[in-house]
Design a protein around this ligand. Structure first.
Ligand code: NAD
Length: 506
C-alpha cells in the first residue's frame, strides 16, 4: 500500500537547518525516526505535533541499523550524542538491532548513558472502540530501567555453565520506587503495587521489596501492596482493573508491560517515557515491526502518546491535551489502523490517514471515552525529597569465601575429600552446592549435577581475623592440587549480618 500523503511540517525536513534554530521560544528536542516502521510513524506524529502548535524545535539524528552497519557497535555516533547532550530530550522511533554478534543494544546504551532510571508505560483500554477482554484496564507500569539482569554482565564458566549477574542496588531501588509514588501522587492515582520474587531472591528482590515498604511509608495517602511476581502477573492478566500503578525491577517490568499493552488491544497503542537525571526519552513500546515496514499501515498511536508524554514533560500541557483528546475522538469515530480494526471500525486506514484524522479533530473532545485533562506537572526527575540517600558505610568483616570449581564427572564426596585435603588453619570447607543445591555434606544421590561446583569455605572459629592473604593461600593450595578454580565470591558480614544467602537445602 502507498503511504497516504500528509503535508510535512517545515521542521520535518531534517535537511533544513533553519528549522532547528527557528525561534528561541521553541524547546529544542532531538528526534530519531528509527528503523522499520519508525520513519512512517514519526512522520505522522510530527505532522500532528506541528498542526497542534507544539512549541518544539527538532534536531534530527540518525541512530540504529544504518549506524550499526557503518561500524558503530553501539548504533549511535558522536554527532547524535552531541545533539542529545544539547537538548536532553529524545523522541525516538523503534530501532532494529542487526542480528549476529558484536552489536550492543542501543536502547540499553541510551538508558544507561543518560541515566534513564524510570520507564513509565501507561496501558489503557479504549473499549468498545478497540476490542479487548479487559475494558476497564488503566494501569501504569513503572519499570526500573538501568540494572537487574540487564547489566549485561555474563560469563561462560565451564563447558556446561553460563551465568548472568543480577545486580540490584539500593540507590536504583530508591530512585524507581520514589518515582512510582511521586507519579501516583502527581496524577491522582490511589495505589502502587510492587511485584518481586523475594521468596526466592531474598537479597536482591528482597532489597527492592524492603525499599518499597520504606519509601511507600512516606506516602500515607497512597495504598501500597506487594505481590510475588507469579501471582501478581496472573492477577494482572485476569483482573487488570484491580491495579493502578505497578512498580517492578527491570526484567519483570519489560515482560509485563508488553503483555499489559497487548491486553488493551494492540502493542501498537502504548507509549513510554524514560525519565532520567540527565535527560528524558520518549518512544512507543513496540519494536520496528519489519513485517509491516514500508507499507504505511502501522499504528502511530504508541509513538503519538509517547510524544504527548513528552509535551507534558516540557510543560506544554495545553498542546498535549489537544492532541490526546483529538486522538481519542479519532478512535471513537472508528478511524483505525489494521492492528485494531474490529466491529467498531468505520474506516480502516493507513498511518498518515490516521494523522490527517487526528489533525482534523484538533480542538474536539471524545464523547464516550473519558477526555484527558493535563493539569499537573509530571513528577520531577529530581523530586523535592532526595531521589536516593547514600547510606553510611557499614562495618564489613570477612567471614569466608565461595570458590567455584570446574570439574566434570566427579562425585561430590570425592570432590569434598580433595578440598578438605587443602584446607588451611584459617579456612575450612563448610558446604558444596551444584546449581545452588547442597550436594555435600549429606547430599541426595538424585540431585542432577553439572561440571560447576560452589565450594564454601568459612573462617574457623577461634582463628585470627580472616584476611585476603589467607584466601590467596587457600587458592594457591587448590591450584597446586590441580583443582580448576573458575571464580570466587568473598563472604562478608555487614554490621554483623550475613551478606550472603545460605545454600538451598542447608
Ligand atoms: P515488534 O514490536 O516490532 O512487532 C511485534 C508485532 O507487533 C509484529 O507483528 C508487528 O507487526 C506488530 N506491531 C508492532 N508495532 C506495531 C504498530 N505500531 N502498528 C501495528 N502493528 C505493530 O517486535 P519484534 O518483531 O519482536 O521486533 C522487531 C525489531 O524491533 C527487533 O529488531 C527488535 O530488537 C526491535 N525492538 C526495538 C524496540 C525499541 O526500539 N524500543 C523495542 C522492541 C523491539
Amino acid at each position: 500500500m502507498e503511504m497516504d500523503q500528509v503535508n510535512s511540517p517545515q521542521w520535518l525536513d531534517s535537511s533544513a537547518p533553519e528549522a532547528v534554530t527557528e525561534s528561541a521560544v521553541l524547546t529544542p528536542i532531538t528526534v530519531a525516526p528509527g528503523d522499520g516502521i519508525g520513519p512512517e510513524i514519526m512522520q505522522a506524529t510530527l505532522a500532528i505535533l506541528s498542526a497542534a502548535g507544539a512549541r518544539i524545535a527538532p534536531e534530527f539524528i540518525e541512530i540504529g541499523e544504518a549506524t550499526y552497519l557503518r561500524g558503530h557497535a553501539s548504533g549511535i555516533d558522536d554527532a547524535a550524542w552531541a545533539s542529545l547532550r544539547r537538548t536532553g530530550v529524545l523522541l525516538k522511533g523503534p530501532i532494529t538491532t542487526p542480528s549476529g554478534g558484536g552489536y550492543k543494544s542501543l536502547n540499553v546504551t541510551l538508558r544507561k548513558t543518560l541515566g534513564l532510571y524510570a520507564n513509565v508505560r501507561p496501558c489503557i483500554s479504549y473499549a468498545p472502540f478497540v476490542a479487548t477482554l479487559h475494558p476497564r484496564m488503566d494501569v501504569v507500569i513503572v519499570r526500573e530501567n538501568e540494572e537487574d539482569l540487564y547489566a549485561g554482565i555474563e560469563h561462560r564458566q565451564t563447558d556446561e555453565v553460563y551465568q548472568c549477574l543480577k545486580l540490584i542496588t539500593r540507590p536504583g531501588c530508591e530512585k524507581i520506587v520514589r518515582h512510582a509514588f511521586e507519579y501516583a501522587r502527581q496524577y491522582g492515582r490511589r495505589k502502587v503495587s510492587c511485584m518481586v520474587k523475594d521468596n526466592i531472591m531474598k537479597m536482591t528482590d528482597g532489597l527492592f521489596a524492603r525499599v518499597f515498604e520504606e519509601i511507600g511509608a512516606e506516602y500515607p495517602d497512597i495504598q501500597r501492596e506487594r505481590y510475588i511476581i507469579d501471582i501478581g502477573a496472573a492477577r494482572l492478566a485476569t483482573r487488570p482493573e484491580r491495579f493502578d500503578v505497578i512498580v517492578m525491577p527491570n526484567l519483570y517490568g519489560d515482560i509485563l508491560s508488553d503483555i499489559a499493552a497487548e491486553m488493551t488491544g494492540s502493542v501498537g497503542l502504548a507509549g513510554s517515557a524514560n525519565i532520567g537525571e540527565h535527560g528524558v526519552m520518549f518512544e512507543a513500546i513496540h519494536g520496528s515491526a519489519p513485517d509491516i515496514a514500508g507499507q504505511g499501515i502501522a499504528n502511530p498511536g504508541g509513538l503519538l502518546l509517547a510524544a504527548v508524554m513528552m509535551l507534558v514533560q516540557l510543560r506544554q500541557n495545553d498542546v498535549a491535551e489537544r492532541i490526546h483528546n483529538a486522538w481519542l475522538r479519532t478512535l471513537e469515530d472508528g478511524i483505525h489502523t489494521a492492528d485494531i480494526a474490529s466491529g467498531n471500525t468505520r474506516s480502516k486506514v493507513g498511518t498518515s490517514a490516521v494523522a490527517e484524522a487526528v489533525i482534523a479533530r484538533l480542538g474536539q473532545q471524545p464523547t464516550q471515552l473519558a477526555s484527558v485533562k493535563y493539569e499537573a506537572a509530571p513528577p520531577a526527575a529530581q523530586p523535592r525529597r532526595p531521589l536516593y540517600v547514600r547510606q553510611p558505610a557499614q562495618h564489613k568483616t570477612r567471614v569466608g569465601i565461595d570458590i567455584f570449581v570446574h570439574a566434570a564427572g566427579i562425585a561430590p564426596d570425592d570432590l569434598a575429600a580433595q578440598l578438605q585435603a587443602v584446607e588451611t588453619g584459617q579456612l575450612s570447607l563448610q558446604v558444596i552446592t551444584n546449581r545452588g543445591v547442597k550436594v555435600w555434606p549429606q547430599g541426595h544421590a538424585e540431585t542432577f549435577c553439572t561440571d560447576h561446583w560452589r565450594c564454601r569455605f568459612l573462617a574457623r572459629t577461634g582463628a585470627e581475623a580472616l584476611t585476603l592473604g589467607h584466601k590467596v593461600a587457600l587458592l594457591q593450595r587448590m591450584a597446586d592440587a590441580g583443582l580448576d578454580v573458575i571464580k570466587t565470591e568473598h563472604l562478608f558480614n555487614f554490621d554483623g549480618v550475613a551478606g550472603f544467602a545460605q545454600a538451598q537445602g542447608q
